[in-house]
Design a protein. Structure first.
Lengths: 244, 244
DNA sequence: AAGTGGTCTAGACCACCTA
DNA sequence: AGGTGGTCTAGACCACTTT
């Protein structure tokens, strides 16, 4: 028989974090298995000599992290693995683009076009509306890795053309430092096969598999102000995650 | 001038949830913009006649949801949009497979094979180790939508062969109801192009773009017990998300 | 009735930042 | 020094489940 660790009030680490870690460890070592009940909150208070709010805080974190579920009147239970709990985030893309020294952004085209039917629908404007069209190539150590096509609302009352042409606009988006016009975005991820034009631009064989991230960004009046695609060929971008 | 809404103690909705919603509304309507400072916690206590802990609870939720950031000694501020904050989850896949009436799972093959170099590495076993190989086709209204290849540790001491062959094993994973041997999984998402075999099995043209989810599942001793791929062609699977 | 988790209070002390 | 967020306490009442 061995005793479980106790919260130590003398450490720098807050008590509730210590308690979270204690349970994470017990779950990951299999000491606590899916379906097992955790000690009740009042028991934990006594065992660790901490208050109820501190215990609840720890348990809430475990709930958010997906390790346990609470059932009122019954107790708190270790959750079984759920395939769905996995989620893919864009951190790999972030890391890819974060190395300032390696990354260059080349403007391939910047022109004014008139909205066709698709654009009119996507940007919620009338057909024929003037739109700014920008095509960029993102290079890492002078090797093309991502191709970006974007259509922007061309609003003469907003002097954004300069800044949007600039590389910084894209970087701001990445870094979240922009005090920009963007309230939120809608992203969509799908698999595509490069056409000959895209393949030539990216300097890789045609018909290569590619991940395409379609984005629409909205301003504070909920109007779309940007619609475009990041085209990330082959293995420049893979998503990895844990399902716990 | 108009006054902001106040927490109402008489509603069914908990006070902290009400406060969360108040700020979510103010942010989404643009009343609070990125960089703006929220009222201090003590001010919120006075304004809404609620205790500090209740205020802090609401703010913690806003932090977790990515709407605000706190800075000790300075205040709480509305966060600008971050492209990276977006994350893609597997709910669409879940929905796709949740309709019991439409979905059928067909076992294409179940055989014992010996591990080659790749399998030996992926499953952390010796070369030549016997592995269970299962190929499944997932159909929706009798139309193939997902092709699944999987290699399983063949452990005679565990009588899992029956259950793993069974369709339920896959379903359990999806539903998280399994009291299974799986502690956690590692998932990886990439774009692929269907080869002729896959295309034939899925009854779609060759060279179609496809999303492939590679998975490795581990038991409670952290040994890989399953390695495989879900192959989701074309637009059967697209990920959508918001970046706020 | 007894035990569980859910919400909430009215304080306290601390570390940090700004002035 | 005064304000900010970060941690924590020792209670309280409630809704719910089990015995």
């Amino acid at each position: 028989m061995h005793t479980t660790p106790k919260v130590n009030r003398d450490l720098f680490e807050p008590n509730y974090i210590q308690l979270v870690r204690i349970f994470q460890d017990q779950i990951s070592t299999g000491l606590l298995r899916p379906g097992d009940r955790l000690p009740s909150e009042s028991q934990l208070c006594k065992n660790h000599h901490i208050s109820r709010m501190t215990v609840r805080r720890a348990i809430n974190i475990l709930v958010e992290q997906g390790f346990v579920v609470t059932e009122r009147g019954r107790g708190t239970f270790v959750k079984p693995i759920q395939f769905w709990s996995a989620s893919f985030n864009l951190n790999q893309l972030r890391n890819l683009l974060s190395d300032e020294n390696k990354i260059k952004i080349k403007i391939l085209e910047a022109s004014i076009t008139n909205a066709n039917d698709i654009l009119a629908q996507k940007m919620k404007v009338n057909r024929g509306q003037r739109l700014l069209h920008i095509r960029r190539l993102i290079l890492s150590v002078d090797k093309p890795i991502i191709y970006h096509r974007e259509y922007l609302l061309y609003d003469p009352s907003r002097p954004i053309v300069e800044s949007e042409l600039d590389v910084t606009e894209l970087k701001c988006l990445f870094e979240g430092t922009s005090n920009s016009y963007i309230k939120y975005g809608s992203l969509s991820l799908e698999a595509t096969v490069l056409n000959d034009n895209e393949a030539r631009i990216l300097q890789i064989p045609e018909a290569t598999a590619s991940l395409t991230i379609e984005h629409t960004f909205f301003d504070f009046e909920d109007r779309p102000i940007s619609w475009g695609h990041f085209i990330c060929p082959g293995l420049t971008l893979t998503f990895t995650t844990l399902s716990a």
